[in-house]
Write a protein that binds this ligand. Structure first.
Ligand SMILES: Nc1ncnc2c1ncn2[C@@H]1O[C@H](COP(=O)(O)OP(=O)(O)O)[C@@H](O)[C@H]1O
Ligand SMILES: [Mg+2]
Length: 279
């Protein structure tokens, strides 16, 4: 027995030797179609090998509409093919409360009439459709913003109610803190504020507002700000509430920084972003 272990060499494992164990599944990458995968070129760290396993490493956060899990996608025995992902899974159960429904979805349509009826009836199929619609909305918003150069987690793929994205944190699986948890001096905070204004400008110039911007949806990793939680992204023109939601984002951000004695003005920021959206 001990000899067997002594001679065990993980690098000699082959596809045929491995079976998913508890909390594992085969990678879902091969079963997704191109439109469910992130923008090309795929970063080198994206594991595409069909022999990879997805392993649940724990929960990052439970929320009202979605839970976020830490997932490892790795080819057993090949340390060069290992990545950590954040898996955001939208809930389709009765326990989810979609507080961000009506205001944000004005101006959006559901093409499939069966789905539209199910949504309206709030049946279990309807809840599944709603959850998948939110995950797709988040995935598409992440793709769009990534392509515009905004610092979002790279969107790896979407599959039903699950969005897989780049994990923002360290290699040991510790997630980057939310801005709300960051304790920095005023000078550092001023630098973070400037980065956030830059992000808001990218959104505005493309005709969007985040729509739920707060110190909880901004992560700070190694001094760089990343913006997350995009499913409700708001089209400034198509959504009749677009301007109000952009204004609210400005007020949320500026209130937070003003309380920490960073000089900023929500009305000035709002005016600047409006100008950027017309340019
Ligand atoms: N890509 C990510 N990398 C690291 N942590 C993340 C990532 N995405 C989400 N999280 C963590 O999960 C929390 C909830 O994610 P979020 O997208 O804001 O969902 P919710 O709708 O529940 O607010 C975040 O505040 C953050 O701590
Ligand atoms: Mg959030």
């Amino acid at each position: 027995m001990s000899d067997l272990f002594a001679s065990f060499d993980a690098s000699s494992l082959s596809f045929a030797d491995v079976e998913p164990g508890d909390g594992q599944r085969w990678t879902t990458w091969p079963s997704t179609i191109p439109t469910q995968r992130g923008p090309q070129p795929w970063p080198a760290w994206v594991v595409q090998d069909a022999g990879a396993l997805d392993t649940e490493l724990g929960i990052l956060k439970t929320g009202k509409e979605a839970d976020v899990f830490l997932l490892e996608r790795a080819v057993p025995g090949d340390p060069s093919q290992r990545s950590l992902l954040a898996a955001k899974r939208y809930r389709s159960s009765e326990h989810s409360s979609f507080h961000r429904s009506a205001v944000y979805t004005e101006g959006r349509t559901t093409r499939n009439t069966r789905d539209a009826r199910a949504l309206a009836k709030k049946s279990s199929h309807g809840r599944e459709v709603a959850a998948s619609a939110w995950s797709l909305a988040e995935f598409e918003a992440l793709c769009r913003m990534h392509q515009l150069g905004a610092p979002v987690p790279y969107p790896v793929q979407v599959n039903g109610t699950e969005v897989l994205m780049e994990f923002i944190g360290d290699a040991s699986g510790t997630a980057a803190p939310r801005l709300a948890q960051v304790r920095s001096d005023r000078g550092e905070l001023a630098g973070l504020y400037a980065q956030i204004v830059g992000i808001m400008r990218i959104f505005a110039a493309a005709g969007f507002a985040h729509g739920d911007l707060s110190a909880y949806n901004l992560l700070v990793h190694e001094g760089r700000v990343r913006v997350i939680d995009l499913p409700q992204i708001v089209d400034l023109i198509a959504n009749p509430q677009g301007m109000d939601l952009l204004h609210r984002d400005c007020v949320n951000v500026c209130d937070w920084f003003t309380r920490r004695r960073v000089e900023c003005d929500a009305e000035e920021l709002f005016a600047e972003l409006l100008a950027a959206s017309w340019a």
